[in-house]
Design a binder for this molecule. Structure first.
Ligand SMILES: CC(=O)N[C@H]1[C@@H](OP(=O)(O)O)O[C@H](CO)[C@@H](O)[C@@H]1O
Ligand SMILES: [Mg+2]
Length: 534
């Protein structure tokens, strides 16, 4: 067995780097993550011991980031992110330099647990990146030095590992195998469709960013009679092409078709989708047959579609007391927020960027819909939701109401309850459009987006940029927010904010305004102000 000392020496921490557990775990150039991957194996094991041996997950991925990057993050037993109170420990532990410190941290953590003899259990998966296998080896060694049991699930989408982690700790949730994931997805889809006498959903072409999603969609195709996907950018075995000129992040930030589709002629008025590299984000789009223009249906649109769909089903049931709330971040388009509040008449809440924040807020509702504009999100359903609907179903005799209540109950199995999931979100989009008889054009006409732009600035020290009010206002550098407010006030429907990225060494600037020109001017005005302060 590898000793603590041997492990510490095998994975030396580079001296000049300070790692930080950011928006979605530790993320760096893959070659600089060995010591962190080793230590994350230990962190996950300690977390498992602290919970009496519950299964903890580790995902090795850098999502939408370039191929040479990688990352590691820890998944808690119910499939949620590592609780934030563990982040300071994760940071200190990842950065400690001497063996004495390293050993002290482990001892301290173990002293806090009720039973130190518990054997930790950890499951792991990675995306398609070239650095994945050696980071996996390092994480396995980290688990080994704590005498843990590790199960490697190979290459999976991030949400699949979240699903599996939950299944190990909550067997009712589903079978704890990759096939169990597909069985749950397919049987639920089949059951929903059969309520409406549909036998299958129309085929959709998906750009899977040359990431793991392509492989998994092909698996679904081979198993399924209800779903069919045409995959483009599905070169899972070419990690150097991951997210290059394709994928959800490219489509959202460039506001255009993936390069591969720009070359061919996408069928007009047809639904297309793009996943990111680890398939936890999805954006949809179509080419308008009348104008020949690309129309993006991003995370904000998916949230409004789900709210409309679930709302329309709930409306058919009388006397069911269910609360619904929508959670967004400051990056949500102002028009989407207005549509939710004024047309759907639903409350909107804002949290800082990062799924861990949105997820917790969404848990406060019976139906909590959360999406980042970039396509990462899901819908959470409470225990009360299931019990209220089950009672309703048992008492109603009306066939239409029965179908609505059954659909609502099945949605809680269809939509991944642990984290945003490209595959299950996309299937839910397809189901919602089919059942509502809604075309992509009608979906795109729900509201008109305000022109918006996202900028990325290199600054000397991004930690100088501190925010409040769900990241919508800066408190530091001192005096900058007042200047920003002055600039913003010059533009009709102007909104802009500045925050440090949690995944990249940069500061992000968001701007939106009534016209594209005003939006561009506001954005560059704000960028100039930021540069002057850094
Ligand atoms: C503006 C933006 O898209 N930010 C992304 C990005 O976070 P930053 O902290 O902005 O780097 O990566 C996160 C993880 O994937 C994702 O949750 C978030 O939405
Ligand atoms: Mg991702």
């Amino acid at each position: 067995m590898l000793s603590l000392r041997e492990g510490f020496d095998r994975y030396p921490k580079p001296k000049d780097i300070t790692y930080s557990y950011g928006t979605a775990g530790f993320r760096y150039i893959g070659d600089l993550l060995d010591s962190v991957a080793f230590r994350i194996g230990i962190i996950a094991s300690l977390r498992s011991i602290s919970l009496g041996g519950k299964t903890i997950g580790i995902v090795i991925t850098a999502s939408h980031n370039p191929p040479e990057q990688n990352g590691v993050k820890v998944i808690d037993p119910m499939g949620e992110m590592l609780p934030q109170e563990w982040e300071p420990f994760a940071n200190e532990f990842a950065n400690c330099e001497t063996f004495e410190e390293f050993q002290k941290y482990i001892k301290q953590k173990l002293q806090q647990v009720p039973d130190q003899r518990v054997r930790p259990r950890v499951i792991l998966a990675r995306d398609t990146r070239a650095s994945g296998p050696h980071l996996l080896k390092a994480a396995l060694d980290g688990i080994a030095v704590i005498n843990g049991t590790a199960t490697d699930f190979g290459m999976l989408t991030t949400p699949q590992l979240h699903y599996l982690t939950r299944c190990f700790n909550d067997p009712k949730f589903g079978r704890n195998t990759e096939n169990g994931y597909y069985e749950k997805l397919l049987s639920t889809t089949r059951r929903i469709l059969s309520l409406y006498d549909y036998t299958f959903l129309p085929s959709v072409t998906v750009d899977t960013a040359n990431g793991i999603g392509g492989d998994k969609l092909s698996r679904i195709d081979s198993l399924s009679d209800v779903l069919n996907f045409g995959v483009i950018n599905g070169k899972t075995d070419h990690p150097e092409l991951l997210n290059v000129d394709c994928g959800a992040d490219y489509v959202k930030t460039q506001q255009k078709l993936p390069a591969e589709l720009q070359k061919s002629s996408p069928k007009p008025d047809q639904l297309y989708a793009s996943f990111d590299g680890d398939a936890d984000r999805v954006v949809c789009y179509f080419v308008d047959g009348k104008t020949n223009k690309f129309r993006l249906l991003d995370g904000d649109r998916i949230a409004t579609l789900f709210a409309t769909f679930i709302g329309s089903l709930l409306k058919q049931l009388s006397g069911v007391d269910i609360t619904m709330g929508i959670v967004q971040t400051a990056y949500a388009n102002g028009s989407s927020t207005k549509f939710i509040q004024e047309e759907l008449k639903l409350p909107v809440y804002f949290t800082p960027t990062g799924v861990k924040h949105l997820h917790h807020k969404a848990q406060q509702f019976d139906v909590g819909i959360y999406f980042e504009a970039n396509g990462h999100g899901t819908v959470l359903f409470s225990k009360k939701y299931t019990s209220e609907l089950s009672i309703f179903l048992a008492t109603t005799t009306d066939t239409k109401q029965k179908a609505a209540a059954q659909t609502l109950l099945l949605l809680a199995d269809l939509i991944n309850q642990t984290v945003g999931d490209s595959i299950s979100d996309l299937v839910t989009v397809m189901v919602a459009l089919k059942i509502m008889g809604k075309s992509v054009n009608s979906w795109g006409a729900d509201y008109t987006e305000l022109p918006n732009r996202l900028f990325k600035l290199k600054v000397k020290d991004r930690s100088a940029f501190k925010t409040t009010d769900a990241e919508r206002k800066l408190v530091s550098p001192s005096g900058l927010q007042a200047k920003l407010d002055e600039e913003i006030s010059k533009y009709k429907q102007g909104r802009s904010f500045v925050r440090a990225s949690g995944t990249e060494d940069a500061v992000r600037v968001y701007a939106e305004a009534e016209t594209q020109e005003e939006c561009d001017n506001l954005g560059s005005g704000v960028c100039e102000l930021v540069k002057a302060f850094s």
